[in-house]
Design a binder for this molecule. Structure first.
Ligand SMILES: *[C@@H]1O[C@H](CO)[C@@H](O)[C@H](O)[C@H]1NC(C)=O
Ligand SMILES: *[C@@H]1O[C@H](CO)[C@@H](O)[C@H](O)[C@H]1NC(C)=O
Ligand SMILES: *[C@@H]1O[C@H](CO)[C@@H](O)[C@H](O)[C@H]1NC(C)=O
Ligand SMILES: *[C@@H]1O[C@H](CO)[C@@H](O)[C@H](O)[C@H]1NC(C)=O
Ligand SMILES: *[C@@H]1O[C@H](CO)[C@@H](O)[C@H](O)[C@H]1NC(C)=O
Length: 459
């Protein structure tokens, strides 16, 4: 009994000595590491960041066709592939782009769809009208990454990227070619990638390139069409040029490159059905009706709200919600410009524009009767709405298949890689932290050192 006690005591003593010595040994090296890190921050900036957005690139486009996509395959062997990215509601371009750039849900950044109506200002947001979407008042609720970067002395260049032309809090990025729907979106991807390589050779720290073609072809021919698959092969060969050019000018292992999409695409096809709201509601009962396709919103008059709502309930092909009934997990209902009624089409249904001048956009009479090959905008539990996150570079692990992330996670990934502070956002660090290489190195270095010290102490 006594012997045992003494033995335990000896072991404790040994452990205590080991612990004290490892602390002593560890201390200078931690300090040195901190010092070298802050010295690095003062002298050199973090690696440059290139972000490429492929509009409408569904989460499974690569996997189902990977044998034909050597550039993507090489990229992913050297980098990280998230299984998918969960989109936002509605999974439509402008709300998604704004979540990508700000890290907050549509109810927070306030861009609720491609069409909106502000009753207070009597203003229309129509993505096909450059003047309307460029009004500053739509855009001041959440800070985009290129503004956060500019605030911290990082030079940003954006090519056809959303509303980079609109100042936020009076600040603009160094260079911006803004998105314009009028410009033919099928313009050369190779040209856009050339701009990327040129800017990365100059003193830009953040380069963001937008490519529209996959979305346009997905809409026209559908996500399962040979046209779409051919367009995907074209992007792959453009990516091969990009990676080759980056290698030629010796920046390929110095730049963090991220490829993302903004939403997926669901086939509509011949069996799709058009919903005409004129069949259910009377134009006299509504003040404004906004949008078309997967979602619409309605502002009825106060005294007709219940009547309009009841007329739309339990009909085939769509759900209707009073504003207060909108599911919390849409992260939509608290938006400042949310109207009284939200209509969400079921998959394979398409909401036609209302035949009235109260409809935004106007003059849609019969225009949507031509069914598109594919659409998006449905709730985020429709798997076809998912999109991609692929990344490689000094900041990322190699050949990692990563669990799914959310679109709200992207902003914090950008700020982390640029080594600048994030604004408040809806991303989760726990959901993304394992994809980075430096985090792994720091942690494993620490344990290596501690472990070696323990070994030395034992000997
Ligand atoms: C769109 O409008 C903004 C703001 O008025 C302007 O800076 C930009 O040049 C316009 N874009 C096009 C293509 O007209
Ligand atoms: C575009 O939007 C502006 C600003 O809201 C508006 O004044 C103009 O009439 C719109 N143009 C068209 C063609 O609807
Ligand atoms: C729209 O289509 C309906 C049904 O096909 C037709 O009856 C109506 O006349 C059309 N309206 C216009 C303005 O073309
Ligand atoms: C998606 O979510 C909506 C709203 O919560 C629900 O009504 C619908 O049944 C869900 N669809 C699927 C396929 O889970
Ligand atoms: C999203 O982030 C904003 C800004 O920090 C915050 O106000 C909001 O409550 C967050 N929403 C959720 C659902 O966490």
């Amino acid at each position: 009994m006594k012997e045992l006690n003494r033995g335990t005591w000896n072991i404790r003593l040994v452990l205590l000595v080991i612990f004290a010595m490892s602390l002593l040994c560890e201390l200078p090296s931690v300090q040195a590491r901190r010092a070298s890190k802050s010295k690095k921050r003062a002298n050199e900036k973090s690696p440059k960041l290139l972000v490429i957005m492929l509009d409408g690139w569904r989460w499974d486009y690569y996997d189902r066709q990977k044998d034909e996509l050597p550039a993507f395959s090489k990229f992913l062997q050297e980098g990280v592939q998230a299984k998918w990215v969960e989109p936002v509601f509605p999974s439509i371009s402008y709300p998604s782009w704004t979540t990508i750039s700000t890290g907050v849900y549509p109810e927070v950044h306030g861009i609720l769809s491609n069409y909106m109506f502000d009753q207070h200002l009597q203003a229309v947001f129509d993505y096909k009208n450059n003047t309307s979407v460029s009004m500053e008042h739509w855009w001041q609720n959440a800070e985009p990454i290129w503004i956060t970067a500019t605030r911290h002395g990082r030079k940003a260049l954006l090519n056809r990227w959303s509303r980079c032309d609109v100042p936020f809090d009076g600040i603009k990025p160094e260079t911006c070619v803004s998105y314009d729907d009028v410009v033919d979106g099928t313009g050369s991807t190779v040209d856009a990638f050339r701009i990327a390589v040129e800017s990365l050779q100059q003193d830009y720290d953040l380069v963001m390139i937008y490519i529209e073609t996959i979305d346009l072809i997905g809409h026209e021919y559908g996500p399962d069409s040979p046209e779409l698959m051919e367009a995907v092969r074209h992007i792959d060969s453009a990516l091969s040029f990009l990676l080759g050019d980056m290698q030629k000018v010796n920046i390929d292992d110095k730049v963090n490159t991220i490829i993302i999409g903004d939403h997926g695409m669901k086939a509509l096809g011949e069996s799709a059905k058009i919903v005409y709201l004129n069949d259910y509601i009377n134009v006299c009962d509504i003040y404004k009706i906004v949008g078309k396709g997967p979602i619409m919103t309605i502002e009825p008059y106060a005294q007709t709200k219940v009547k309009v709502y009841q007329a739309l309930q339990y009909q085939e092909g769509f759900d209707v919600y009073l504003r207060e009934e909108i599911p919390e997990d849409f992260h939509y209902k608290n938006g400042k410009l949310v109207l009284e009624l939200l209509i969400v089409a079921h998959p394979n249904y398409y909401l036609s524009g209302f035949d009235s001048d109260k409809q935004i956009p106007e003059n849609l009479v019969n225009a949507s009767d031509k069914i598109e090959g594919g659409i998006h905008g449905y709730p985020d539990n429709i798997t076809e709405m998912r999109t991609i996150f692929y990344a490689k570079g000094p900041g990322f692990k190699n050949g990692l298949i990563h669990p799914p992330i959310k679109m709200v996670d992207l902003y914090q990934i950008f700020t982390y890689l640029l080594d600048i502070p994030s604004r408040p956002n809806n991303g989760s660090w726990a959901r993304v932290s394992e994809m980075f290489s430096s985090a792994r190195e720091t942690v494993s270095n620490f344990w290596m050192v501690t472990f070696s010290i323990c070994l030395i102490n034992l000997v």
